[in-house]
Design a protein around this ligand. Structure first.
Ligand code: ACM
Ligand code: ZN
Length: 777
């Protein structure tokens, strides 16, 4: 009993309060409570299905009786009061009394639903399950002030809340393989997501970069598979593979006792922990430990990969070797013993079939099973392992690549590619699915204006973008709505190297996931969400979790318009003001307020930031807008992207929306200077980021013309062959001499470095070209 009480005490320690009202959102609710007035709707996170503020309030004190119907309910109430109110009350289980806080079971409520009524006569909570009661208390916690434990009396405004989640599955995935998140930090994350009513933690426990769970039968999985070589200072995508004799020093793993602790901690907060053992690919860590389980045709050293691995990422479990299936059965036996979840995730993503196509064992398996396509072999592989998991009474989950072959029976498919639509293929076959589309729900992506963010991959998945996401589309067949279990935010950790990095990517976006998972679509409101979020963020801070403040930063767009530049500035928060200067000075609360695009027609340093009153809320954005003969002129030959080359602004990161790009071949851009000019020199800015497959051009040339028909080459730069695929990364402005010639049209040609060789990152692909900006003087 003591243990139960302790776990329940912990359960609400981190409950989030949301009644503090953001000044910008609702003034009425911030006014002092009175017995007569009806309050504004309290701001709650996630937003309940129905909230009706009433008149009057309930005055609670340590003398207020608590009444429950069962001992389990009593424990919930006691632990809630201990944390939220600062004392441990007696809880009666006999007949309800007046002016009390009381629980009553009502079987009519859906599993996680509840009703919470506060009136002058007390607080009444009804639900059908312990989860429902717990969630009601999480909500009640938000109706109390932050300093409740130090007060002698608590005034709770009258309100009637009827609530139930939109989706049964509200998940967060942590990739603990790329970056090993220490156990203590996982426990803290569980504390942080519980108040959001998130009910599933998906742990991605194995990948090419690490194996993270102790398996007693196969000790090398953690002795070898949990450790990789260090590549200090090199970002994940650019890390070169381990050499055989290099020492592996980076990593870690959870002992079986650690896993039990994590699972118990989550269970006390009604969070299900789904383990993922990713097969048949993303398995270099396991195969580094047991290389005999790879196809025998693999003739490379198999090591735990410090980065993407290049060709080594093709090394996967052999599908023709029965010992592989024995191994996986034994591993999964231990995994299923550790994780009581009814769901086991088997990955199945991104399996390159290169070695399967060459392997005599895999080919023999295909022949014996009458298969002509290695994709079918993956279907066979997944089905065989899935059948075992199902035979043990569990359900199988997998990424949406499972839909490329016959789906394992009963498999739950996680839609991740693009907008997750491949999961709908599974729905068409009657399979349940979870939506975690990379373009919205992958928390590895930039969460705000990129120049302020730590380096990561791809484009932006902002707080607002996630908040606005609705997985259900109007053109869906009705049956798919029933098959959609819910939504998940997924954190891949390639760019994390500390718990603080993890927190930065997780928070506050995980709160937006909670909102889309719980709240009914018609109830989602951005300003109200932000009001409740602010209080949640304060609470996280109290737990030592620092949330990203990216939502306060300014996203710029600078576009040529009528021979000038129009500078657009935007911030996701509607409750801040953007203020700016154009004289290079630091923006202050007294600086000009941004209301519409700023028009610029000369070299200008524009600096801006967001403010709430006198307080600066975001980072200072500095836009060094250069002006030259090409600025704001028209550009032909590069399609819709041409304006990026002449918008006065230089790109800094490959995905910062400033670059004109080409996958291989030649990029040709012709600028019309509008009149004949004497030209002395020009520059073309180019980028190298080998990890992302972006390399400097092999050659750049400039041609001039006075009629836009006949062009004469006047300058050319050729890169030394050995410089083409070096590790160097950064932007370079290539300068070409124009010798005082006259012309109206200037044409730039940049030729790609060609196919990336096997020794460089992203081998075998056309080198990507990124150009920005053109300067003509
Ligand atoms: C995935 O992002 N490969 C599931
Ligand atoms: Zn094989």
């Amino acid at each position: 009993m003591k243990k139960l009480l302790l776990s329940l005490l912990l359960l609400v320690t981190c409950a989030v309060a949301g009644a503090r009202v953001s000044a910008a959102v609702s003034r009425a609710a911030a006014e002092p409570l009175s017995d007569r007035t009806a309050a504004a709707e309290p701001l709650l996170l996630p937003r309940p299905a129905s909230v009706e503020p009433g008149k009057g309030l309930f005055r609670m004190s340590a003398a207020t009786p608590f009444v429950a119907e069962t001992p389990a309910q009593a424990e919930l109430l006691r632990s809630f009061a201990a944390v939220a109110l600062g004392y441990l009350p007696e809880v009666a289980t006999d007949a309800p009394r007046a002016a009390s806080v009381r629980f009553s079971t009502d079987a009519a409520f859906p599993d996680e639903g509840y009703r919470l009524e506060v009136g002058p006569g007390g607080i009444a909570v009804a639900a059908s399950s312990e989860r429902g009661f717990l969630y009601a208390l999480q909500t009640l916690r938000q109706l109390l002030p932050d300093d409740a434990p130090s007060a002698a009396e608590w005034r709770v405004h009258a309100v009637r809340i009827a609530d139930a989640p939109r989706f049964a599955y509200r998940g967060l995935m942590l990739d603990v393989a790329r970056y090993f998140i220490p156990k203590e930090h996982v426990l803290k994350i569980i504390d942080a997501i519980a108040p959001l009513k998130i009910n599933t933690l998906h742990l991605h426990l194995s990948d090419d970069n690490g194996w993270r769970v102790e398996i007693r039968r196969y000790p090398r999985l953690t002795q070898v598979g949990a450790w990789r070589v260090d590549r200090p200072g090199v970002p994940f995508p650019a890390r070169r593979n381990a050499l055989q004799w290099e020492e592996a020093t980076v990593g870690g793993y959870y002992t079986q006792q650690d896993i039990r602790e994590i699972v118990a901690h989550a269970a006390a907060r009604r969070i299900d922990v789904i383990p993922e053992i990713d097969i048949p690919a993303h398995s270099n860590a396991a195969l580094a430990a047991y290389p005999e389980l790879a196809c025998p045709v693999v003739d490379k050293y198999i090591g735990v990969l410090p980065g993407p691995g290049g060709d080594n990422a093709r090394i996967i479990f052999c599908a023709g070797n029965d010992r592989v299936y024995d191994f996986l059965r034994n591993v999964l036996d231990e995994v299923m013993e550790l994780f009581p979840s009814k769901r086991i995730h088997l990955g199945g993503d991104e399996a390159d079939k290169h070695y399967w196509a060459l392997c005599p064992r895999c080919r023999e398996r295909m022949r014996a099973e009458g298969m002509s396509d290695p994709e079918q072999l993956q279907g066979y592989f997944m089905r065989r392992v899935s059948d075992y998991v199902r035979s043990r009474g569990r359900e199988v989950c997998g990424w949406d690549e499972l839909t490329r072959a016959e789906l394992p029976e009963g498999a739950i498919v996680y839609g991740w590619q693009g907008m997750g639509d491949l999961a709908l293929r599974a729905a068409r076959q009657g399979h349940r699915f979870v939506m975690t589309p990379a373009k919205v729900c992958y928390l590895i992506r930039y969460q705000g204006p990129q120049w302020f963010e730590p380096e990561t991959y791809f484009g932006n998945n902002t707080l607002r973008g996630l908040f606005d996401y609705d997985p259900v589309k109007p053109d869906w067949e009705p049956a798919w709505r029933d098959l959609l279990l819910g939504v998940q935010a997924s954190l891949w950790t390639e760019f994390c190297s500390s718990p603080a990095d993890v927190d930065h990517l997780l928070f506050p976006r995980t709160a937006a996931l909670a909102e889309i998972g719980w709240s009914q679509p018609g109830r989602k409101r951005w300003p109200e969400f932000l009001g409740a979020l602010d209080r949640y963020v304060d609470r996280l801070e109290g737990m030592g979790i620092v949330s990203a403040r990216s939502m306060y930063n300014i996203q710029h767009t600078v576009r040529p318009h009528d021979g000038r530049l129009a500078v657009e500035l935007a911030c996701e928060r509607p409750d801040v003001e953007i203020r700016y200067t154009t004289d290079g000075g630091e923006p202050t609360w007294r600086s000009a307020r941004y209301r519409r695009p700023v028009s610029v027609d000369r070299s200008t340093t524009l600096r801006c930031a967001t403010f709430r009153g006198r307080e600066r809320t975001g980072e200072v954005l500095t836009l060094d807008l250069g002006w030259n003969l090409a600025t704001a002129r028209s550009v032909e030959g590069v399609g819709a992207q041409g304006w990026l080359l002449v918008n006065g602004l230089c790109g800094r990161r490959d995905s910062d929306f400033e670059w004109c790009t080409r996958a291989g071949g030649e990029l040709v851009a012709t600028v019309d200077l509008l009149r004949e000019e004497t030209l002395h020199r020009c520059t073309l800015g180019v980028l190298a980021n080998p990890g992302m497959g972006i390399y400097l051009p092999a050659e750049v040339s400039v041609e001039l013309s006075s009629d836009n028909e006949h062009f004469t080459e006047v300058a050319r730069l050729v890169a030394p062959v050995d410089a083409l695929f070096s590790d160097w990364r950064g932007r370079r402005d290539l300068e070409l001499d124009l010798g005082g010639r006259t012309a109206r049209w200037v044409r730039f040609r940049a030729r790609s470095a060609g196919i990336v060789p096997p020794t460089a990152p992203r081998p075998g692909r056309e080198a990507q070209l990124c150009c920005d900006e053109i300067v003509v003087e």
